[in-house]
Design a protein around this ligand. Sequence first.
Ligand code: HEM
Ligand SMILES: [Cu+2]
Length: 559
Amino acid sequence: MATDVMPAHSETSRPEDNYLTASKGIMSWLVTLDHKRIGVMYLIGTMTAMFLGGFLALLLRAEHISGTPTFFTHDQYNQLFTLHGAIMVFLFIIPSIPAALGNFILPVMLGAKDVAFPRMNLCSFYLWVIGAIFFICALLTTGLDTGWTFYTPYSTNTSQTNVVLATFGAFILGFSSIFTGLNFIVTIHTMRPPGMTWFRMPLFLWSLYATAIIQVLATPVLGITLLLLAAERMFGLGIFDPKLGGDPVLYQHFFWFYSHPAVYIMILPAMGIISELISTFSRKPIFGYRFIAFSSMAIALLGFLVWGHHMFTSGQSEMVTIIFSVLTFSVSIPSAIKVFNWLATMYKGSIVLATPMCYALSFLFLFTIGGLTGLFLGALATDIHLHDTYFVVAHFHYVMMGGTLVAFIGGLFYWWPKMTGRMYNEFWGQISSLIVFVAFNLTFFPQFVMGSRGMPRRYYNYLPEFQVYHVLSTIGAFLLGFGLLLAAIVLIVSLFKGKKAPANPWGAATLEWQCGSPPPLANFEKTPTVGNPYDMNSVVWDPDTESFIRRGDVPPVTD
Ligand code: HEM
Ligand SMILES: [Cu+2]
């Protein structure tokens, strides 16, 4: 597979070239088949989406500086939270780690030259661009006010906004996600170099593999659901409309059958990054490798069985509700296994508080709060009270933003020297992580409190007793925006002012640190030596190159 595509994009390269300098000009990027360049393009695209979604979030929070109408009408507020949610979920969080970091890192970490289907990879990027354009068109024409969930009957019968355009956008984005997943599955199955057995794969790759299974199996369900929704709205088919014999709750089943597994598309790769960071910066092999690997697979499979916890108040039968509640609790087991193993890895490690590790520690704290508050929502009695309140908003921001986004930034700082060949400023990187951590809690912790006291989500006004929480949350949000901007500035400045990065600045033992920074076009000049990915003793600091290098006396594995 890859062998027949490699010559196509390596024939012009010279030995001193890396993937950034091998060919020049905008066209060499736009039609590139190199997974690294596609990863970089995805990175630019998803980061742009993140800052756009973040800007909308600040507008939402600004509205809540007072409990009376401040800047927007209720209709505008509905549009703002819909676009914020839809952009963050479909354009940012779902593609972010797999398509940007995963695309860049997966083949290098695996010891392969590229993904299995480079053309499909490029196609997936352009599908993302087209889907994003549909979304932006909906934003510029009539906006969108259904919430990111597109619930019927509002989306089919009532909303005056351009629902069809936005659903087509999400439909196309779905294909982009499927293509990425398919590519990763085939790459991991067929392109492992000699010695790279399944249980020598770094845990980030296991997490991407588990994610890819969900992408391939769950996304088609969303696709068909959105098509049915668009058809219902345009032609009044009566699939979801009770007047015509349909059932609106059916829509919720379809939607969450994808969208709960989709939360694991968002969080599993983040967990994979954390496994790498915790091990590298504790300078210790990961504790419980197999448990972490299998827990990713368990989460991916169990994740398909719990969608009904989003529908406890929809009138589904009591029996079904109890079953979904029990199953929901069972998903917390593999997640807790991971957290335990990360803590055990740090125990007695020599912890280095480099920026990526600071973000990883934030993740541990924030994800644990997010996960544990999920249990209150998964328990029937408490969910009836908490459903559709700010408690839910706080819960999913702790997992999606405190979890996925924070891990994503940690991973970005970690692999940045590899991707760009430049070291960033460590001091300002650490400061950014501190600001993000404090500001995040200031923004979202008050939401747990007001939610549990009855503040409903998706309201643009509120009663005076909620004022103090909203004001704290708004101040936190602006500070958080500043922290994220600072992180972006630290990275961008490094491109111009950063020291040249060595091949292995961190002392990690996974394969991506064996090739140059940035990697050559074909990743490795010669097939890399595969060993235990967490054997920190196999690398030593070399003062001459100011880099960690592989010890010569470590025997290569050949099985
Ligand atoms: C692991 C990453 C997770 C992510 C990314 C995530 C994300 C979300 C999102 C986006 C919602 C809001 C859905 C809406 O708009 O109504 C939500 C709600 C919910 N989550 Fe999570 N979640 C995660 C983990 C968990 C866990 C570990 C549990 C329970 C053990 C859980 C239980 C729930 C429940 C029951 C709801 C529905 C609440 C309600 O509607 O009242 N989630 N989650
Ligand atoms: Cu769910």
